[in-house]
Write a protein of this length. Structure first.
Length: 246
């Protein structure tokens, strides 16, 4: 076994299940999982899974992988006390979301510390690492769509169609704009406040809405859409080394 193996990383996030194929330490393909494993991953010798979904979903995903690629070795990742030179500060390390943990590992390995990892998707998460590789903790707040949907779910008269929202930088003059722009302003305020406290750190950005948010702020940052997958690959490498297979 060596780093020349083909390794398929499956990142089961809250909204999407993303597949990333590595070969010789390099990402060679990416796609979204749509209830079936693409033929693009059939040559993988290892399948590494990181899931924040329910136990039922994760078990079903493992079964599908085992059925579709029976010769590939399966590896399910969970958050640990330490891995790849990164320390977990959670009192119960397994309660740190595995996506947050893997993003922190990749951030420290590829970019060093101190660093801040901002992942903006279904939720907006901010992770903090110091220069020694200690994951100090972080924040979780609702993402843009989650903020908007919570207003609709919990109120009687805040109603609009998604097509009603406009893209403008003026005071909102419709319910759709009031909600969508209001959610954006809240997210921007959250990020700007964190940057004011941690401007000395390297800021790393990932997630579906992160680029749009960062474009509205004067926050120097590096965009890396594959932090979770890269972290999973690093953990896979470390486990093989411990088994003497690399």
């Amino acid at each position: 076994m060596s780093a020349s193996n083909r390794v398929l990383v499956i990142d089961a996030g809250n909204t999407q299940v993303k597949c990333t194929l590595f070969h010789a330490n390099t990402i060679v393909d990416k796609w979204l999982f749509d209830d079936q494993l693409s033929n693009r991953g059939q040559e993988a010798e290892f399948i590494v899974i990181a899931s924040v979904r329910s136990n039922e979903f994760t078990s079903s995903l493992l079964e599908k992988c085992a059925s579709y690629m029976p010769n590939a070795e399966l590896m399910l990742l969970r958050s640990e006390r330490s891995s790849c030179g990164v320390q977990n500060s959670y009192e119960e390390p397994e309660r740190l979301g595995v996506d947050r943990w893997l993003a922190a590992i990749a951030a420290f390995h590829h970019y060093g510390g101190p660093s801040v990892v901002l992942d903006a998707g279904t939720a907006i998460k901010a992770e903090f690492l110091n220069a020694e590789g200690v994951h100090l903790g972080g924040y979780i707040v609702p993402g843009l769509e989650l903020m908007a949907s919570s207003l609709i779910d919990k109120t009687a008269k805040i109603r609009y169609h998604s097509g009603e929202a406009s893209v403008c930088d003026t005071i909102p003059a419709s319910t759709a704009d009031a909600v969508t722009q209001g959610a954006t302003e809240m997210a921007l305020g959250f990020i700007q406040r964190l940057y004011g406290k941690h401007s000395d750190a390297t800021w790393l950005v990932t997630g579906g809405t992160s680029q749009a948010l960062m474009a509205a702020l004067s926050v120097p940052h590096v965009y890396d859409e594959s932090l979770v997958a890269k972290g999973a690959y690093l953990v896979w490498q470390e486990r093989l080394e411990k088994r003497g297979l690399k």
